[in-house]
Design a protein around this ligand. Structure first.
Ligand SMILES: [Zn+2]
Ligand SMILES: [Zn+2]
Length: 206
């Protein structure tokens, strides 16, 4: 159950629209009429929680096939920390091939075993593995979630431009943003009275 947040200004009483941290979507070749379609572009279908898998199945996809075909879209809802407006940022989900993922995952184990064997030290091998494993996991995450890889771009050269939007705030152009759930105790500028008095609170779960 993803949490829902709302910003409220203690100066003028302004309330932001309720928002979550974001969700994922799938890009289709043809527009579709469904209640899950994106209001601005009906080639994007929202994969709302907890129906992600069944929505995808109805469309003839699975998570793996959608990622493999470069169709998965990461949709983030962000508070601009410079002006307080909420905006949607979208980008293609990256893809790391299975062979590459497995190599990266087994690499720390192989290096650990090798060092442990050469140095005849089980502990040293374990330490090497312990140091490398989180690094590799972090790297994999970054590749998967942050950069749409060359393959996804090659499959659909125009998609990143067509479906990816707003790396910065469309209202004020600032690149400083925060997920609603990460604002915490910080006070944000109110989009209405511009005073830095807007607090973001969790108002429930969807
Ligand atoms: Zn802004
Ligand atoms: Zn205000």
């Amino acid at each position: 159950m993803p949490p829902i947040y709302r910003g409220k200004c203690s100066n003028c009483g302004y309330e932001s629209p309720p928002t979550g941290n974001g969700l994922q979507g799938i890009i289709l070749d043809q527009p579709i009429q469904t209640p899950h379609a994106h209001p601005e572009n009906n080639r994007i279908v929202f994969l709302g929680h907890p129906l992600e898998t069944s929505i995808m199945k109805d469309l003839g996809y699975t998570y793996s096939s959608a990622i493999r075909e470069g169709r998965l879209l990461i949709i983030e809802h962000l508070f601009c920390t410079s002006c307080g407006n909420i905006y949607e940022s979208r980008r293609l989900h990256g893809y790391v091939g299975r062979a590459k993922s497995l190599t990266l995952l087994f690499l720390p184990i192989a290096v650990g075993v090798f060092v442990g064997y050469v140095e005849s030290s089980f502990v040293l091998g374990l330490v090497i593995w312990g140091l490398l494993a989180p690094l590799i996991t972090w790297l994999l995450r970054r590749v998967r979630f942050v950069s749409p890889d060359a393959r996804a771009k090659k499959l659909h050269p125009s998609w990143e431009q067509e479906f990816g939007v707003n790396r910065q705030c469309p209202h004020c152009g600032s690149c400083d943003s925060s997920f609603p759930g990460s604002v915490g105790r910080r006070l944000l500028p109110c989009p209405k009275c511009e005073q830095k008095k807007m607090k973001v609170e969790c108002i429930g779960r969807s």
